[in-house]
Ligand binder design. Structure first.
Ligand code: AMP
Length: 445
């Protein structure tokens, strides 16, 4: 399958070639035709699968088919993301594609001055990539008009629910027209994601590029049992001995991230923390330094790390195991991206046994364990003995249910195995309204 056979226009073919994408990834092969067909989409895609282009490319192409006056145009596509970092990453791609087709894309997130965003919105934009809270600020102040939205994308929807954005999402939806196309991307399928999909999507096509809740296959995972008091020493040892030059380390708390950074610096290892107590400009600068190879270690909390896209990141370390097992999957998804091999290491102390049990229950296999000769052996009890069956269950509890259903006639997702959508309905027609707006999906313009 090539990008050309997916029906992308010449400008976007040039854009993907310029990014070095030779062929579409599986999620792109499956999702792009669904979007072109005008169907709602429920996509199960791990981090690093190329999901951004899977929605950005067809949306940009479809929007470009309708020419609007240059000035003061209202956004027609809205991408909701959980964090500023993911907003920056998605927006960078979106802008790159949009520019080639004379469309404008902008990014909206909190923690920065709102005035510059208001001015950009006032000048007119076609696509908005936003975190829910700041977007609502704009909607409530009337500095954004969401009544012309044709596409709603929920990116990393599972993460948005984890971060408690459900009410904000449902509030945003109240500003949107009911006639729109909805795309929901999630790395994991919990019960709460199913409820959200049921709430927002209209007869969605379902595509999935990885087994549910299973960590990225391209990642070699290892556990190192270690006494809590010697974790930092072991980390420095592994970094030095393995000559690791670019390591993303996860700490549980912001305080922990700062403390570990100070200790690594003391050990002569260039490190910096990235978490939500840091200003956006410092976070952006730190990430840029890490990407340029000027920092050996980036110590991150889960919230800050979400959406970090660092090409060919070779090593991820769980200095602390995550409290939520799904976060383990997200964390190690930072390595082994887009066909590259990666290494994910977890330093596990006895007190973290229950967290390890929960992770292995989710993965349904035991993560291989190793010891480091220079450190005393520590016994860690294991919950799962061997690779288990394919059966998988979402483990997150449903979050608070939204107050009301917007469109009561919604139906459940129908799984599709291949790229070819099985039905011809066009959800952009609106709920129960006839006459598609455009019959040009997938056409080369
Ligand atoms: P995403 O899952 O959208 O965050 O993308 C993960 C990484 O894969 C990013 O570095 C993308 O630039 C890269 N990527 C996306 N699509 C392709 C493709 N078709 N071929 C190679 N790399 C890709």
């Amino acid at each position: 399958m090539s990008f050309e056979s997916l029906g992308l226009c010449d400008e976007l073919l040039t854009a993907v070639a310029a990014r070095g994408y030779a062929n579409p990834t599986p999620i792109q092969t499956q999702a792009i035709p669904v979007v072109f067909e005008g169907n709602d989409l429920l996509a199960g895609a791990q981090t690093g699968t190329g999901k951004t282009a899977a929605f950005a490319l067809p949306i940009v192409q479809i929007l470009s088919e309708t020419v609007l006056p240059r000035k003061r145009r209202s956004p027609r596509a809205l991408v909701l993301v959980p964090t500023r970092e993911l907003a920056a990453q998605v927006s960078e791609q979106m802008q790159g594609y949009a520019r080639r087709l004379s469309l404008r894309s902008t990014m909206i997130y909190g923690g920065v001055n709102i005035q510059a965003q208001i001015e950009r919105l006032h000048r007119g934009v076609d696509i908005v990539v936003a975190t829910p809270g700041r977007l609502l600020d704009h909607a409530d102040r009337n500095t954004i008009n969401l009544s012309k939205i044709e596409f709603l994308v929920l990116d990393e929807a599972d993460r948005m629910l984890d971060l408690g954005f459900i009410d904000d999402i449902m509030h945003v939806v109240e500003y949107l027209p009911s006639q729109r196309q909805n795309l929901l991307f999630s790395a994991t399928y919990s019960q709460s994601i199913k409820q959200l999909a049921d709430e927002l999507l209209d007869e969605p096509q379902q595509v999935e590029v990885a087994r549910r809740n299973i960590a990225a296959d391209a990642v070699t995972q290892t556990i190192y049992p270690v006494d809590r008091t010697r974790k930092r020493e072991m980390l420095s040892h592994l970094i030095r001995k393995g000559d690791w030059n670019q390591v993303l380390v996860f700490a549980r708390t912001r305080y922990g991230a700062d403390k570990l950074t100070a200790e690594l610096l003391f050990d002569g290892i260039k490190a910096a923390p990235i978490h939500s107590n840091k200003s956006q400009s410092i976070r952006t600068r730190t990430l840029a330094e890490f990407k340029r190879g000027e920092l050996r270690v980036l110590v991150a909390t889960d919230v800050a790390a979400r959406g970090l896209d660092i090409e060919r990141l070779p090593h991820v370390v769980n200095y602390d195991l995550p409290q939520v097992p799904e976060d383990y999957v997200h964390r190690i998804g930072r390595t082994g991206r887009a066909g590259e091999k990666g290494v994910a290491i977890s330093l596990v102390c006895p007190a973290e046994q229950p967290l390890l049990f929960a992770i292995e229950k989710l993965l349904q296999y035991a993560i291989p364990q190793q010891t480091v000769a220079e450190f005393p052996q520590i016994a860690i009890k294991r919950g799962v003995k061997a690779k288990a069956t394919k059966k998988s269950k979402g483990s997150s509890k449903p979050k608070k249910r939204p107050a009301k259903k917007k469109t009561p006639e919604k139906k459940s997702a129908k799984p599709v195995k291949t790229a070819a959508p099985a039905k011809t309905t066009n959800s952009r027609r609106g709920r129960g309204t006839p006459a598609p707006k455009t019959g040009r999906r997938g056409s080369r313009s």
